[in-house]
Design a protein around this ligand. Sequence first.
Ligand SMILES: [Zn+2]
Length: 171
Amino acid sequence: MTDPRKAWPGVELTAKEFHETVTAVTYRPEAKFSWAAGEAMSRFLAELKDGRLIARTCRKCKRVLFPPRMFCEECFRPTDAWTYVKDTGTIETYSISYIDLDARRIPVPIYVGVVSVDGASPKMGMMHYFGEVTEKTIRIGMRVRAVWRPARERVGSVLDILYWRPVRGGR
Ligand SMILES: [Zn+2]
């Protein structure tokens, strides 16, 4: 039986011959990309830069969806309108963490959790930091208010809010 490789046309090249005889271009790609946050999240982030929290309403179930989304997952239909919600709320749940984001031990803990935002439907909230609290003072149900970064330092991120602090004497 004949070796089928012997029957193939052309010239076989070694790796060295290949690099010496075949035109090749070597370059380091500088890949640039952008990521679209989508209609609801894009508006949400843009409003954060202006120090406002925005939500979407669904006229069928009468809910105020926050963070905003363009589709109501309960009614299975598009949401209807934009509406602002307040930058005050209630601590829904929290954790006290003695490790930082790199899992290093830290002496002063970080308080993180979910805040239900005033003006949005129940259980609609955002995950964030709590500040000006201690292990002894923080509690579920605590009334809190957003502490915003100065306007010129905001970039359109949830971290345009530094943390949520307790409301004292109505403020
Ligand atoms: Zn709905």
